[in-house]
Design a protein around this ligand. Structure first.
Ligand code: HEM
Length: 527
């Protein structure tokens, strides 16, 4: 059992204070599903996991921890107690404090979620013919004998996530075909390496100028993200002159050399914490009848409701192969994902079958809502108020500084009293009143925006080597013409968006209104 008296470095906040199961039960667990409106759909939710698995997965220790639910909530906890592995902590020479945690995945934006994370993983997914990756005839991922997908990441997967992996394997293979046509002298290795670079960059571009823009739907952020990619003078000027004016004017992509601001690139614990967005996962997936095209561009009728629990792991993979890629994409496109708010943490995740690193199901079920509270404390991520101070944001003095929702204020008071310093980060970022247009809190946004730039500017493939010698001329053209996830979907399913999508971005709910034409130049628009 966890030592309730273990202290976190330098503070007097304990690992179990307040108890993670109490926080999970009283503040996180879903009461009634709250969705994101038309802003973000299930493709956007799956995209989150698609990115997370490209970047991070903490290494676990062999030591197991058991969390036992205290009497006051035990009746409401699906698991009275549960076991999981402590995060592996290592000593570091140069850092203060002198310990840290190991990321098992490469933190680079290198598409490792489809290509694999190490030599063996990379070998497994390659077809070794014409630079291609393995893919089934039905367009979905291949599987081994026990239905574990053949893919770059197989841990804690579900059907939506595996669908995006398959879509980008298709994209890779299409790029290999294009390169082979233009550069017939390229062998399998050269085709694979170049197609990988192009695909990974397309993923990074979609995340920057499509997904993030939908997540933070304001004109300021639209401008900021496009500036990150294309620079302040926009795409046309950059296409003509390249990155000649440096980061401020020409954007981060194509800088002459990487910029790490004196700190070697890595992803911080704070970054992992703000990406804890399991509240975006719903309870059910609504499968739609895509043969019914009577109502052009409106939501096709719901044919079947499937519990999310049946869409995860091997069971989810089997179901997906019966559902098929097109039906799943259209269904996810038309379903709003969960809102990042209190009392919206899926109950089905409170007794979850988690996977080990080989994608095998573990026998000990886990309560994810409680684990997440514990993990941030275990990894010494500052609690909400300290976290804000560290970002030079104004700390709160009372609950009312964070929200005007009286029910939330009352619930926070019940768990934390009036000690605002105790407030867990995860609770804070779910409780904070949101800026209009933002699907996440302002506190989380600060980390998002800082790391979003670092991921681009610190990487030689987006800076020094973002050139035709490294990517090929045709590869760069492919990147340049791909502006959104919709472009990728259109390439592989030419009729899908024409038939089913009204909105402008594939990450919004598909029957929502498109962005109205705006003749005011981007930088002159009101935020
Ligand atoms: C059905 C879908 C999903 C399942 C089954 C799942 C399951 C899990 C599990 C078992 C863990 C490890 C918990 C631990 O021991 O610390 C985890 C970690 C995590 N998940 Fe999910 N997850 C899903 C979707 C998502 C989504 C949509 C997001 C959105 C951002 C997300 C973000 C994260 C993050 C940030 C971590 C921490 C990673 C780390 O500590 O290295 N997951 N998830």
């Amino acid at each position: 059992e966890v030592g309730g008296e273990t202290r976190l470095c330098g503070t007097n906040l304990k690992l179990l204070d307040p108890h993670p199961s109490v926080v999970a039960t009283k503040l996180l667990e879903r009461r009634q599903f709250r969705d994101c409106g038309k802003q973000f759909n299930m493709i956007a939710c799956s995209w989150l996991q698609f990115m997370i698995h490209d970047w991070i997965d903490h290494m676990e220790d062999t030591h197991q921890i058991e969390i036992v639910a205290p009497a006051e909530v035990v009746g409401q906890c699906p698991l009275k107690s549960f076991k999981f592995y402590q995060t592996k902590e290592i000593s570091t020479v140069s850092l203060q404090p002198n310990t840290g945690f190991i990321n098992r995945r490469t933190p680079w934006w290198d598409g490792s979620v489809i290509y694999g994370n190490d030599e063996a993983g990379m070998r497994k997914v390659r077809a070794y013919k014409d630079g291609k990756l393995k893919i089934s005839r039905d367009g979905l991922l291949e599987h081994d004998d026990i239905w574990i997908p053949i893919s770059g990441d197989i841990r804690n997967c579900w059907a939506g996530f595996s669908l995006l992996q398959a879509l980008f394997v298709k994209e890779h293979n299409a790029i290999s075909d294009m390169l082979k046509e233009h550069y017939p002298e390229f062998d399998d290795e050269k085709l694979y390496q170049h197609a990988r670079l192009v695909t990974s960059t397309i993923i990074a571009k979609i995340h920057t100028i499509d997904w993030t823009v939908e997540l933070l739907k304001t004109n300021t952020l639209l401008a900021a993200m496009r500036i990150n990619w294309y620079g302040i003078f926009g795409k046309k000027v950059k296409d003509l002159f390249g990155n000649i004016f440096g980061a401020e004017l020409s954007g981060l992509v194509g800088l002459k050399r990487p910029q790490d601001h004196g700190v070697p690139y890595s992803l911080t614990e704070e970054f992992v914490s703000v990406y804890r967005m399991h509240t975006t996962l719903p309870d059910k997936i609504f499968l739609r009848d895509i043969n019914d095209i009577s109502n052009h561009k409106s939501a096709p009728p719901i044919q079947e409701e499937v519990n999310m629990k049946d869409m995860i792991g091997k069971e989810g993979e089997r179901r997906l192969s019966k559902i098929g890629m097109e039906k799943m994409l259209v269904s996810m496109g038309h379903q709003s994902c969960g809102a990042v708010t209190l009392w919206n943490y899926p109950l089905w995740m409170r007794n979850l079958v988690a996977h080990d690193i080989n994608g095998e199901e573990r026998t000990d079920l886990v309560d994810m809502a409680s684990i997440e509270i514990y993990r941030d404390r275990e990894r010494k991520v500052p609690r909400y108020n300290e976290f804000r101070r560290n970002l030079l944001m104004i700390p709160i003095r009372k609950w009312e500084d964070m929200t005007d929702d009286e029910e939330v204020i009352e619930a926070l008071y019940e768990i934390y009293g009036d000690d605002v310093e105790k407030l867990d980060l995860l609770v804070g970022i779910h409780a904070e009143k949101k800026i209009q247009g933002f699907a996440i809190s302002e506190t989380a946004f600060f980390i998002f925006i800082l790391i979003a730039s670092r991921r681009l500017e610190a990487d030689r493939f987006f800076t020094t080597n973002f050139n035709p010698q490294t990517y090929t001329e045709k590869g760069l053209q492919w990147i340049n013409k791909t502006e959104s996830l919709k472009c990728v979907i259109d390439r592989h399913f030419p009729n899908m968006s024409k038939t089913w999508m009204r909105c402008s971005s594939a990450f919004s709910v598909w029957d929502s209104d498109p962005n109205p034409p705006n003749y005011v130049p981007l930088y002159w628009r009101l935020a």
